[in-house]
Write a protein that binds this ligand. Structure first.
Ligand SMILES: [Cu+2]
Length: 161
């Protein structure tokens, strides 16, 4: 059944390309073309403090398998020290991400990642970040994507309920 469905999906995809149609509004995580003006941003993700927005473009970061997501940070946004059990891969699309390594947030000990920069760091590496102006990053990797703060008090998921 799954094979039939993916065959159908590929056929539909091929057909829409053949007709020269743009697949302008794919559902989040579904095959298609995601032009920057059509990306549907949502508040979140839940592991970040309020103010950020995100959009999942491919796959599902909560499940096994590859995913691509974007995160929009407002000016002045900070991400406290945290780590992931898998390699983190970040492409800065606009603005500048300032990234530091270590268990303690230190704004003066960060490296500038201006638009166009790519970086990846190993699983388990403790790191933190901040932005001066609005910044968009693209995160791609393999789910499930787990985000663990060094200090649990920094985790907004703990503040709820
Ligand atoms: Cu991270």
């Amino acid at each position: 059944m799954k094979r039939v469905l993916s065959f159908l999906a590929v056929t539909v995809l091929a057909a829409s390309f053949a007709q020269g149609q743009e697949m302008t509004h794919p559902a989040a995580g579904e095959p298609g073309i995601y032009s920057p003006t059509e990306i549907k941003w949502k508040d979140g993700p839940a592991f970040l403090p309020a103010g950020a927005k995100f959009a999942v473009l491919e796959g599902d970061p909560t499940k096994e398998g590859p995913f691509v997501m974007r995160i929009w940070f407002p000016a002045g946004f900070r991400i406290q020290p945290h780590w992931h059990p898998k390699v983190e891969r970040v492409t800065v699309l606009s603005g500048t991400l300032n990234l530091g390594m270590g268990e303690r947030f230190d704004q003066s000990a960060t490296r500038k990642m201006p638009a166009g920069t790519y970086g990846f760091w190993p699983a388990g590496m403790r790191h933190f970040a901040w932005v001066k102006g609005k910044t968009i990053v693209q995160l791609h990797g393999t789910g499930p994507w787990i985000f663990t703060y060094v200090n649990p008090a920094d985790d907004p998921r703990n503040a709820k309920r």
